[in-house]
Design a protein around this ligand. Sequence first.
Ligand code: TEU
Length: 516
Amino acid sequence: MRQEAWWQDAVFYQVYVRSFADSDGDGVGDLEGIHSRLGYLELLGVDALWLTPFYRSPMADHGYDIADPRDVDPMFGTLGDFDVLLTEAHKRGIKVTVDVVPNHTSNQHAWFKSAMAAAPGSPERDRYIFRDGVGPTGEDPPNNWVSAFGGPAWTRVPDGQWYLHLFAPQQPDLNWANPEVAADLERTLRFWLERGVDGFRIDVAHGMAKPPGLPDMDPRADALGPSHYYDPRWDNDGVHEIHQMIRKVLDEFPDAMAVGEIWVTDEERLSRYLRPDELHLAFNFRLVLTHFDADAMRTAIERSLTVPAKVGAPATWTLGNHDVWRQVSRYGGGETGVRRARAMALVELALPGTVYLYNGEELGLANVELAPADMADPRAKTSGAEFGRDVSRVPLPWEGDLPPFGFSRNPRTWLPMPAEWAGLTVEKQIEDADSTLSLYRQAIELRKTHPAFGGDELEWYGAPAGCFAFRRRGGGLVCALNTSASPIALPPGEVLLSSSPLVDGKLPADSAAWLI
Ligand code: TEU
């Protein structure tokens, strides 16, 4: 059953709060900064925002380590600033969704501090996953699990017990077998829903539930993909009860939605999270994981579309977020990377379902090479600078010719901004009809208003090697992609938009076009 809901074909825009706009001059983005740039978001044409965590946090993982999920960190502003942002966004017709992190808290959360002060076996410790170690003096961790950031997933405390953290040691995993944990999440959901938020992005939504006995993982799972090797850390059956609980709360609030961050590529498994009493949406990360090749992209799209075919929830597309390389860099960087990223934007925005954009992709930004000392990401610290995720988190360039390009009045931004971004500011791109920003604006506008975008099913055309073309059966929009090295003839029709200028009526290499 298709849900006719506001998020069905919506374009969401992920605001990485630290890096969007800084109003108070500390070099870090904040809520008032977002408020001051709402005009831009309206111009871009997005329907909804996803704000990354702005809650009280010691920032060991840029706010994904939460000390109080029902308050704003002073670095980002106040609850009053949040209310203003929400009201003003709503006035402009933009919905606002926020992150929740139910898998873990910060080690500075009041609960974890009291767990550390309490004895093994106490109710305080039972809110987290504390265990005795193995070996004669308990000197080895309780099992062989490794953290998503590298290194063991267990840290030992002074009395000899160990606690589990699937991420950084500053992010202890909660014990979802303890009912207090669910009750607290419910409080958090209600707190933000009552303030008026339109929904949530649920962090690590395939985490939370741990299997009884915490059995060892197959050590090959991380390197080779958990679907092939036994990995009891993620996607345990118990997680679905938690999503049912979340859904019950959401259903009390008309039109509230939740999208899950679920790193499960198997569509059969992913579909389970989208049953009618669980999540409304789940990111499909196949496009992120696929290289720039028409055949591979077609397979990724077709496989992703089996989820809506099974459960009726809209496909949820994304090409980038704050955890992965920017698409310009993934596709080879430089001019070619930009051409390819523009082409993929047209492919994504042609598809039926929900689209999530990541701030800065509409400017064609690439990764920024950072000195290891500048990287604050915990993954860079544990696994090495080459695994650092901050490369795609550099603050956005708004205006002017020199860093910090209007992001902040402070020249010392939390990550250094490259001087080469002078040509990529919003100010310059907005004036330029051929800019990446203009391409996104036109594409979003057409997607929202043109009848050709109707219908959920795709029909694929026969196409030369390195190319594909599909047609949306309902509305008739045709999207062609050329990942080969030479220009190709387009299917018949009137060209609505193309990611690079046509050459003698043909679609050049590394380009996509829309036709009707
Ligand atoms: O990410 C969870 C996640 O599993 C990955 O994207 C992770 O960043 C990657 O595997 C690292 O090796 C979410 C957030 O998006 C991320 O920023 C947080 O660091 C993480 O949860 C912990 O809260």
